[in-house]
Design a protein. Sequence first.
Lengths: 118, 217
Amino acid sequence: MPRLNMGLIFTMHSNAVDGSPSCEDLNTCLGRLPRFIARVQVQLRPSVLDPAGEATRAAASRLGVNGLQKLRIGKAVELELEAESAATARQQLSLLCDRLLANPVTENWSLELEELAP
Amino acid sequence: MTIGIVVFPGSNCDRDMAWALEGCLGLASRFLWHGDTDLAGVSAVVLPGGFSYGDYLRCGALARFAPLLKEVQQFAERGGPVLGICNGFQILTEMGLLPGALTRNRDLHFRCEPCELRVAPGNSQFLKGYAPQALVQFPIAHGEGCYQCDPDTYKALDQGGQIVLRYTKNPNGSQGDVAGLSNAQGNVLGLMPHPERACDPLLGGTDGRLLLQNLLS
């Protein structure tokens, strides 16, 4: 099952022609690393039983909300981090998702990453 | 010969285990703090039941990163006996010492009751002396004991004789009635039921004694 790594990345770019940092990139001028906000979505793999989701779906019909064909419960994790670049941030977060936030035996994850304005 | 019992914040069967080993079986044990980096020369390691790190994130997910567990991993890979009970089994799967995962019980209930198991000892060092197909009774006490793995893994476990304990009446929805798994080498065993609660006749049975004695076999 392929992982869904749909990421929206908005990166600040240096305008310097010679490759030296421009002071339009405030983070670089202040010697700070760029900050990113990330949202990780952890979902049970489709083949994995979700008894809590099923029980919640049953409760929905008792509430009078009918027609729910599917209800699967996952987790959302919000993170903020500093990293040299979006690529580095993504690499670090992928490691985190693979090794800690999700159990690859039962769960898939997806990641949205966005650079915060300085 | 001493048996090490790893203590995490949130472990609650560590003292039961020490009592079973020392009080019932006369085996020396010592507690090992999860933050230590040294197994202190023990001959076997037990990961006891409980709620390590409050079961935050997933059962066993945070315990896996405890400094001592790096040592436990190496100890197991060198052939040292490692027994994970209940939360200990969950930790073993999170560590990758055993395949698959333990998930929420199918009926969502926390099940706390005596449970009959069928033993298929295979090459598990912990089940030496139990007759093949023997029926034993150990109590269970868990909310997340539903074993799941992908079909290929299950087939390999089944054909490799690694499914060494199965429920006769499945209490939690476990795939293939899995109650306990051995690694291929036989020196790592993870099980949801509690053999340490089946060592004193006062508690209704002593079927777990042999399993714990085998820690030092």
